[in-house]
Structure formats: C-alpha cells, structure tokens
Write a protein that binds this ligand. Sequence first.
Ligand code: WT7
Length: 651
Amino acid sequence: MSTTLSNLLHEVRRFEPPAELAAAANVGGAEYDTAARDRLGFWHRQALRLSWTQPWREILDWSNPPFAKWFVGGRLNVAYNCVDRHVAAGHGERVAIHWEGEPGDTRTITYADLLGEVSRAANALTALGVGQGDRVAIYLPMIPEAVVAMLACARIGATHSVVFGGFSAESLRSRVADAGAKLVITADGGYRRGKPSPLKATVDAAVADDTSVEHVVVVRRTGAEVDWTQGRDLWWHEVVDTASPEHEPESFDAEHPLFILYTSGTTGKPKGILHTSGGYLTQAAYTHDAVFDLKPETDVYWCTADIGWVTGHSYLVYGPLANGATQVMYEGTPDTPDRGRWWEVIERYGVTILYTAPTAVRTFMKWGSDIPARHDLSSLRVLGSVGEPINPEAWIWYRENIGGNRTPIVDTWWQTETGAIMISPLPGVTATKPGSAMDPLPGIAVDVVDRNGNPVGNGEGGRLVATEPWPSMARTIWGDDERFVRTYWSDLPGRYLTGDGAKRDQDGDLWLLGRIDDVMLVSGHNISTAEVESALVSHPRVAEAAVVGAADATTGQGIVAFVILRGDAARDESEGAALAGELRAHVATQIGAIAKPRQVIVVPELPKTRSGKIMRRLLRDVAENRPLGDVTTLQDSSVMDQISSGLSAGA
Ligand code: WT7
C-alpha cells in the first residue's frame, strides 16, 4: 500500500487532554514504558484487579501457538467478580444499572439486587439441568434479564452464545446448531421504534426441527401472545422468580470457555469466536478502567451497543461490572419517541462517559446540531467511539456538539476476535488527532507491515497485525481450530492478522483504514475507501458517504460514491448534477485527482448491517449493475429499494 494517498495524514489539529482530567487520571503516560519493559509482569499486575480463588502458576503459556493459555492454573468465578465482590466490599446499594425501556418505563438495579437476580437465575438454570460446559443461547432485547442471563451462565460455568435480537430464525438456527445449545433464553418481544418486535416466534421457527435444545425460557416483556410448546417452554418469572436468591459460586479454570460470539463476516459460515475467563476479564476490566478513566464512585457510564455485539459483552457487561461501575442501559432506538431521546437520557441520569459508534454520530450530524443543543450535556467528560474509522469531520462534530468542545474522544480500535480494546488514546495522556486511534494500549503490541511481513516506516500504510499474544485474545473458532489457524495466523507466521489496513503518520500514530478488502486499485494506485469517504464528509453538504470500487475498463477500478446530504442542506433535485461535480472536485482538492470519484450518487440511506457497518458488497452490486446479493443481514431491508428507485428516477 506504499502508493496509498495520504489525505488523512494532512490532519493537523491536536487536542490535549484537559488538565484536570490528566491530573486525576487512572493511568498516566509512564504505564507505556513500564508495560513495554515487562509485558507479562504488567498483565500479571492487571490480573490482580480480579478476585481469584487460586493463583496462577504461569502468566502465559505460548508453547503451542496460536493457542494461548493465560494465567495458567488460576481459578476464579467471573460472575463473583462482576457482582458479589462489590457487595462484599460494601457497595451493595450502589446502582449497577439504570435501565430505561423504550416506552419510558424504568428500573433501578443495585449491585445487591443484581446479586439476588443472578443467584436466582443460576439456581433456575441448574434446576433445568444446565451445568459446567453446556451452551446456552441468549436471544433477548436490551432488558436487564439479558445481563442477568449472561452472568448466571458465567456463574455456573455454562458457556453463553448471545445472538443479536434482530437476527432471523435461520441465523439463530445455525448458531444454536453450531454451538449445540441446550437451552435458549428469549422474551415474548422487545420494543423498537415504538413497536413490540416478536422474538419468541423466531425462536419457535429456529428450534422447530430436530435440535439440541431441551428448553426455551421466555421473559415476559411486552405481554404479547406467544405460541407455547408444553414441556419445552417455561416462563422466566415462573422458574427464576421462585428460585432461591442464595447461590454459592464455584470457581473455574482461567481458560474455562466463557462465551462464544458469532461474527458474520462478509462471506462464509459465521465464525464462533471463543473467549475464556481469566485473561478476557482481566483485559476487559483493565481497558474499561484505563480508556474511560472510570471512577466507579462518581461516574455514570453509558455504552449504547447492543449485548448481541462484542462491545455489549466487554463494555456493557463484563468490563463495567467487573469495575463496579454505575451504568445506563437503554432498550430502544435513538429516534423514539423523538430524535432527542439519547440527550434526554444523558441529561436525566447525568451520564459522564458515553461510548458509541461513528454511524450513530453521523446520523446525529444529519439530524442537525440543534437537537442535542436543547439539552444540558455538561455532565459528559469522556466520549468514546468504536466500530469503524471515525472520520475527522464526525470526530469534530462529536467533540463540539456532544462534548461541549471540552471532552477527550477515545477512538477505540478492536474486534470480536481481540475481545477488548487494543488501540486507543488514553484520555488523561494522549494529545489526540481527529480520526486517529493513535497508539496501542500499554501491554499491547501491534505493527503495520507490508505483504511480506516487514514493518512499514512512518508515513506508510500496510496491514495491521498483532505481534504478541494478549490476554483477551480469541482462543479458537468454536469446533474449528484449523479454520482459526488458517484465518488469522497463517499468512504471516507468529503474527495475528487483523484483516484491517492501517497507516502510520509521520509521528508513528495509527490511522485505521478499514478492511483490507475495501482498498481500491485505481490506475495502479491503492486508495482506501475510508480516505475518499472522509474527504466527501468534509464537504459541508455531506452527512455520510460510502465509497466502492467498481470494475472499470480503463482504470481497473473506478470510484463510485454514494452520499447522504446533511439535514440542514437544501434538497433541490435539479441541483444534483451540479452538486456531484462539486463533490468530485472537492475530493480532487482534498486528496488528488486520482481519487476523484467516477460517479457520485445522492441516496436517502445507506445499506448497513445491524451493527452499523456499511455493506459495500451491495453497493458494488449497484455500481456494477448486478442483481443484488444476499440482503438478509441488512438492518433495514427497504434501503436497497430506496437506492435503486432513486437511481432510476435520477436517470
Ligand atoms: C472491525 C471489527 C470492536 C467492537 C465492534 C466491532 C472495525 C472497529 C474501529 C475503530 C476503525 C474499527 C475494524 C475491525 N473497527 N473499531 N475504532 N476504527 N475501525 O467488532 O464486528 O468484530 O468488527 O471493526 O475493521 O476489524 P467487529
């Protein structure tokens, strides 16, 4: 990628950490050196944050790479660490979860309440014959029972597999089958955009045929009518509420499987990423403390991710609860009942730390800055971003309009496979650059390398790899060690291949460029989709952009850009052609003539997966005039129709 254009490297703005935050930060700059001098010693000390019933005899066993064992011989109970020990330390009355249902109903759950609920659920699961090593599928909306169910599994040594509540019956069926789940925990429904969504019916369809599933436990949330299979189906309130709130936690090996989480990827059968207990919890807890500067006594933390994604696992359940945090959990969408819902929640609970995704930030940009401006957001002190590159324009908008031009932004890079944050600024240490994830965290070793595995210099791009094992790394793909080795560890032996492109700027700071597959080859130049998108969004009229490379007889690939205009930009159809010309010229000035899109298409929406990632594959189908491929993982299935009808109307 040495010919990659360097638009992103032109960013010159720097934001120093606020002095007050820096002075009281959990982690100072010296930690980078300490950890680099003795990486294993550093992780040994981080593991001491947790409560173990038996100490480990070895920090890392890397004798059979890439199959790591961390904290060998150590034993702990993950749920005890997330709940009981805070109660034992006298914090039982601290709020663990301020839950907010979409229709406006609320629940306040203290750590003492959580202990009772998790214990009851653990007893109920045991009574249903679920034990150590069994798999439990969780298919729930964003309600407290989802957290309780995950922790109850952890408490009894069952391995959970959370399946996002928006997935279809077929996706659920294949995940249940792959994991061989014995039990499914679901609900009669959940609220999204003002409507109850049926979940139980999807489970019924998914487990209709011959499956490993013995029981389906159903939480009553919406009160909707559900079909019932006698003997198989049980109400949560009948089995859990009647169980004893006392449960003695057993301890499990540090490498005991904690959860499986399926990553859909763009092709092939979903991969069941396996995470284990001691190393995973250590890094989830450390990073949550260091990256968000969490002060459990005073902060109110809010991660907006769904528990169906790894962000929900590590930064809504395991990290924050291991750290004794007080957090907000919200069931619904940001535009219900109106587009100010999140800001209203922040104001009401006095949220101090917000962790969300660039796609949400760009949506709010599109809706206009007057909406957050109507709310008092002055409680916020740290803002986080995750999921895809955050372009400088969105970064600045987030800082100015949500962070009052005062809060640090931590752009956190990681993956389902890495289990926890790997690259991020530290809010009390790093002078940030909008759009850069900056540096690997203390104790983490990554590099940017060329095709042959040689490190690139500053100012160069290449493939992002991890060069040393880390505690929360995936241990394997469930049931397929060979695929684990082939997918992540074969191309460059000894190094973990992230699949992402990255660039180091002149200071050596890291800029993530998206998946390597998203790099375009135009007239022999490698151009990353992220760079062109970033240039487009820096134009005042563009809210969001997605760029793809389409086959081109002359240039190999031609750049096709799909753009959504900003809410406050006038929408005059006749002006479309002029605007397209203006945007092409804008990209040329921002990056260079070579990156000028062949075509700019104004669209009302972009096709996204349910986790908010743009499905470039579908846009490539449009750009190359092909019938659309598989659209089943689309968040909103009508989007492609809207795009296609817009195209024919414009033609
Ligand atoms: C992929 C992993 C990490 C939890 C949510 C997504 C992209 C993630 C960033 C970031 C640029 C990012 C990468 C990565 N990604 N965070 N801060 N900057 N890109 O987990 O579904 O496993 O996706 O998301 O491409 O490989 P995931």
